[in-house]
Structure formats: C-alpha cells, structure tokens
Write a protein that binds this ligand. Structure first.
Ligand code: HGY
Ligand code: MN
Ligand code: MN
Length: 415
C-alpha cells in the first residue's frame, strides 16, 4: 500500500486544483464558473489537455460531458467509472466537484504509476452542469446520461433570458445530437464519485473518509407572484397588494415547514428571490422565487412540498396576489450499492484509513448514475463543513486520502 500512497502526486494535484480555480468569473478566492461561459469552456479545455497528457482516450458528447478512458485488458466489457463536475455556483469555492474530477484523474494516474493493469477500463467522467445555476435544474448532464430526463425535455430548458439549452450548447460550439447522450445500460459495471462532504460530520469525528450509503434528493419549486405595485408614497397600506410581503410570508413558511417535518433530515431554502421593479420607492409588483426542499425520506419531503404549495395558495388568496407555481423537479433519494460500499471499506482497511458510513445531504451526479449502475460515493472532510462559499477548503492531505481510497476501490472494482 505504501507504493500506492507514494505514487499519488499531491503537489501536482494541488497545483491543478489551483489552476482550475483560475478559470472563474469572480475574483479569487471566489470561484464562479457557470455552464458554457467562456471560463467554463476554458476549464473544459484545460481538463481535456490533462487527460490527453495522461494518455487517456478522450471524447465529449453532445452536452459536453467529457469522458477520459484508460483502456483495460478487456476493453469491451463494462468499465469502472469515476467523476464529478467542474461547474461552480456564483461566488463559491474551488473544491466542490473539482476534487472528484481532478482527484479521479489523479487516482487513474496513480494506478498507472504503480504499474497496475486494469481488466475493465477505468474512465473519468466530467459531468456537464451539475449545478442548477443557469437553467434552474441540477445535474442536467447526469440526468440525460441516465435517461432520467429525455433529451427533448432537456433541449427545451430555458435560462432566465429565455434562451433554450439546445441553442446555448450549440452556440458554445458543442456539436452532436442530444438524443445520443443516454448511456447504454451496460456502459459501466460500477461508478464511484469522490467529493467533499459539504458538512462537518467527518471533521467533528476526526475521520478522513466517509462512505456514503444514501443520497438525499431535492425538489425545486419556481414561484411567480404578481401583485399591483404602485407608488410607495401614494398607495395607502390598506390598498396594497405587495408581492414582496407575500413572498416574505412564503419564505418563513418554507422554514417553518422544514423545521416542523418531524426530522432534522428535512431542509428547505429559498435561494432566489428577485423583486420587480426593485426600486426603493416602488411597491414590489412581481417576485420570482425558487425554493429547494430536500430530505432522505421521499414521502416526508413531499409532504413538506405540498404544505409549502398550500401556503402559497393561501397567502396569494389572502393578499389578492396572483401566483404561479411550477414543480421543476422532484427526485427520489437513492441508496448506494453494497458492492461499491464493500470495495471502498476494504480499501480504507488496506490503507489504514478510518471511515464512517453516512448519508449525503447534498445531491450529486451519483444520484442519477445510481439509477443505472451500482454506484457509490467517497467523502473527505472540508474545513468547518463549509461549501458553496469562497472559504470552502479541503487540505492536500485530506484530498490525498480520498484519492488513495478511490484508486484502490477502482482497482478492486476493475478486476
Ligand atoms: O445543491 C447541491 O446539493 C449540489 O451542490 N449541487
Ligand atoms: Mn455544489
Ligand atoms: Mn458538487
């Protein structure tokens, strides 16, 4: 095992993570890398070059999902996959997703260095658009690869400027038919994703590895509230139909519904609230809100979604506001595969790394890969559990531990 540990090039990986973070529309230490923007395309080109330099067979599909394959001795049997995403929500950090992509590449290079020869090919997959930033829907790439959403539905997704996904991807120079993206059912024999925990259980327990047993799933609501607006001085309070006051009641109702679900596993967030006309002396006439509700229990989460939708109706009626609510997605939570959990725990044992089993409260591309292939996830601690913030941090040592476990897990699964 010491040979594998010493084969991990920690400095190279740290440098690559730092370089990738340079491709950003925000000033360091913030990272903003939104789907198909120039910085996103530059980051993809950088990753493509690293994979080519590693001697991997690189291809991209019609969404820009990037595949980098190390051919095994039996290249026609289903491969072992690993990967994650490199897009980053605005003003966030540099480890969410990228640890699974560059760490996945490092795991493959590490195995190459040790002289390991896989029977099953090993493949790195960089998923397009894991974050919901541009089109309001998370995991667009893995949803399409797994058939969770049809290519036709994905093509018609619109961003806040009304641009269609299909037009935006073609304008970004990505060719091919979205209908060809879905993977064959036997494409992978297993898939395993390395990711920062994005919470603080591992750090608090002083453990280097988390073995994920379940992945929570999100539901997202898009709400449009239409009031009357008007002059902030001229309209009496009794005569107002203020869309933002209605939105305020709804925001607190989301928090109340999540807190009173009966379980700490339920979470609710209103991350988007755009006010129109957005001037200090204009009564808000329109509010656009997006609501994220999650749980590891599907029915409990759906009860909270229903309660929030009922409140939106009541508040709109009481305030004589028009409301339109769209359920963008309502995904089921998944359990990870025992075969991948076993291989991961065996790797931890062999490497002398302590671990704990845990659920993922963040969603990941593995949520959708699990719908097609035996899938698992490996977590490493991040400082203070912070994520989706510029102070997100995972130490080179923590990342190295994740790469070691990933490499050995993939070697085991490729037998
Ligand atoms: O929101 C999530 O859980 C993921 O980071 N996109
Ligand atoms: Mn994220
Ligand atoms: Mn992520």
């Amino acid at each position: 095992m010491s040979e594998l540990k010493s084969a991990v090039n920690q400095q190279r990986l740290t440098d690559e993570l730092d370089q990738l973070a340079e491709f950003s529309d925000a000033a360091a230490p913030e990272v903003t890398r939104v789907l198909y923007t120039d910085v996103d395309l530059k980051a993809r080109a950088y990753l493509r070059q690293l994979c080519t330099d590693a001697g991997l067979a690189v291809r991209e599909d019609a969404m820009g999902n990037l595949f980098a394959r190390w051919l095994g001795s039996e290249p026609h049997v289903p491969a072992v996959g690993t990967g994650s995403h490199i897009d980053a929500i605005p003003h966030s950090g540099k480890y969410d997703g990228t640890v699974g992509v560059l760490g996945g590449l490092e795991a493959i290079r590490t195995l190459q260095t040790t002289g390991f020869q896989p029977r099953r090919s090993l493949e790195l997959l960089m998923f397009t658009s894991e974050e919901p930033t541009r089109f309001g829907l998370g995991c667009i790439g893995s949803r399409t690869l797994s058939g969770n959403w049809s290519a036709e539905k994905i093509a018609e997704l619109k961003d806040e400027n009304g641009q269609r996904f299909d037009d935006v991807r073609i304008a970004a120079g990505i060719q091919g038919s979205l209908g060809d993206v879905k993977l064959p059912a036997d494409y992978y024999s297993s898939f395993v994703e390395l990711h920062i925990e994005q919470a603080s259980l591992l750090e608090k327990a002083n453990l280097p590895i988390g073995v994920v047993t379940a992945i929570a799933a999100p539901a997202a609501l898009r709400v449009q509230l239409e009031g009357q607006g008007g002059h902030a001085g001229g309209v009496m309070m009794a005569d107002r139909h203020d869309a933002l006051c209605a939105a305020a009641e709804i925001v607190l109702a989301v928090e109340r519904a999540a807190k009173s679900s009966g379980s700490p596993d339920t979470v609710g967030t209103v991350g988007i609230c755009r006010v129109h006309p957005g001037v200090v002396n204009g009564i808000p006439s329109r509010v656009h809100m997006e609501i994220d509700i999650r749980d590891i229990d599907f029915d409990r989460r759906n009860r909270v979604v229903d309660a929030v939708r009922a409140t939106i109706g009541e508040v709109s009626q009481n305030r004589d506001i028009d409301s339109k609510t769209e359920l963008l997605n309502s995904d089921a939570p998944v359990s990870t595969a025992a075969s991948v959990i076993d291989a991961t725990e065996a790797a931890c044992q062999q490497l002398g790394l302590k671990w704990q089993r845990m659920v993922s409260r963040a969603y990941h591309d593995s949520l959708f890969m699990a719908g097609m292939f035996p899938t698992g996830m490996i977590f490493i601690p991040c400082s203070g559990g912070v994520s989706h913030r510029p102070d997100e941090y995972a130490s080179p040592e923590a990342i190295q531990h994740g790469v070691e476990v990933l490499a050995l897990t993939m070697a085991t699964l490729s037998a």
